[in-house]
Design a protein around this ligand. Structure first.
Ligand code: TXA
Ligand code: MG
Length: 340
């Protein structure tokens, strides 16, 4: 049985937070909001509890989890070495959408890190997340609270769709603010490496780290999670990216092509004045931030409308746009049409 607790985003009700924290303490699973997406949490220091996360999500055992903390001091318990540059990032960007990879301490169970000698740590800024971690008095290991492979949940309704009956508690604090997951940076290598673009734009990191490496495309990404089919709705997704006029022309052609094949076509538009004649057209915003916030919701909504093919317009890869395009291309299984 899953209990659903409505908790205020701005003034978390202490008594309800306590109720959820007790479940964490007892080794149960609690889905909770963060400023990026909802997470599926368990006591990070309890291997049996953490094992339940993998089961509930259907997550491959070689994909490590992020340990969420509410007090920067906990970094020194979970990590063996904390380089100066990592401390600088913690000071600038925590609490917030940045996950830092460090050498793990012996306190962190192997199941959390999938056997790696590094650990991913993040201090979220969402009040409910912070209150829950504080009240549980333990770091909380949490991946995004979706079934493995599905778009990450940006609203409690999405968590309920995927996790009802699989977890003990789902906290409902409404929509999340950012809409894509945290940026993951590996601080155990020189130069530091961004393993996953996310809620914190690279441009902001670059103000504090002069030299940031970018991962080479390879078969074995350093963030194990990046290799799996991901963020995928049931519908097929095609991304059209490039020059604005050409994108609109190509999108129109694709709509006609798929309609002729008898497919129900959806368009995810980033251009307002589109004039598309598809079965469903969703305009998801004109700024990178707006699109980030609405992206995963839109993918889920197309499925509810039984769309067969989603044609998604690419956006500029600046700011959080880099994370948006990373997620979109993955959702499309790299089915990308470039019109430059
Ligand atoms: O915003 C977020 O990061 C959300 C919220 C809930 O905090 N969490 C999230 O977790 O997106 P998850 O598990 O869906 O994604 C974590 C990513 C995965 O790609 C995983 O492989 C990578 O971080 N990761 C975790 N620990 C790692 C480690 N020690 N080394 C390299 N990559 C790691
Ligand atoms: Mg995830």
């Amino acid at each position: 049985m899953t209990i659903i607790l409505k908790i205020s985003k701005d003034n978390p009700e202490k008594i309800l937070v306590k109720q959820a924290a007790v479940i964490i303490k007892e080794g149960g699973l609690v889905a909770f909001p963060t400023e990026t997406v909802y997470g599926l949490g368990a006591d990070a220091l309890n291997p049996k509890a953490v094992a339940k996360i993998f089961e509930a999500k259907g997550r491959p055992a070689d994909n490590p989890l992020i340990a969420h903390i509410a007090d920067k001091k906990d970094v020194y318990r979970l990590a063996k070495e904390v380089p100066k540059e990592a401390e600088l990032l913690m000071k600038e960007f925590w609490p917030g959408p940045l996950t830092i990879i460090l050498k793990k301490s012996n306190l962190v169970p192997d199941i959390v890190t999938a056997g790696l000698d590094t650990v991913a740590i993040r201090m979220p800024s969402h009040k409910v997340a912070l209150a829950l971690i504080k009240e549980a008095k333990t770091p909380i290991a949490a991946p995004s609270a979706n079934l493995s492979g599905k778009p990450s949940p940006t609203d409690a309704g999405h968590v309920i769709e995927d996790m009802k009956g699989r977890v003990d508690v789902i906290i409902d604090s409404g929509k999340t603010d950012i809409g894509v997951e945290s940026t993951v940076i590996d601080m155990t290598v020189k130069p530091p490496l961004v393993l996953r673009p996310g809620g914190l734009p690279k441009e902001e990191l670059e103000e504090f780290l002069k030299n940031i490496g970018k991962e080479e495309k390879s078969d074995k990404p350093k963030a194990p999670g990046m290799k799996y089919r991901h963020y995928a709705p049931n519908a097929d997704v095609i991304v059209v990216e490039g020059n604005k006029e050409k994108v609109m022309k190509k999108t129109k052609e694709l709509i006609e092509e798929y309609k002729l094949k008898g497919k129900k076509v959806g368009v995810m538009a980033a251009i307002k004045e589109h004039g598309y004649e598809a079965d469903v057209v969703k305009f998801i915003g004109s700024t990178e931030k707006e699109v980030a916030k609405k992206l995963f919701r839109a993918l889920r909504d197309f499925d509810k409308e039984d769309i067969h093919v989603i044609i998604a317009e690419g956006i500029e890869e600046k700011g959080i746009g880099e994370a948006v395009m990373n997620r979109l291309r993955k959702a499309a299984g790299y089915n990308v049409v470039e019109v430059r």
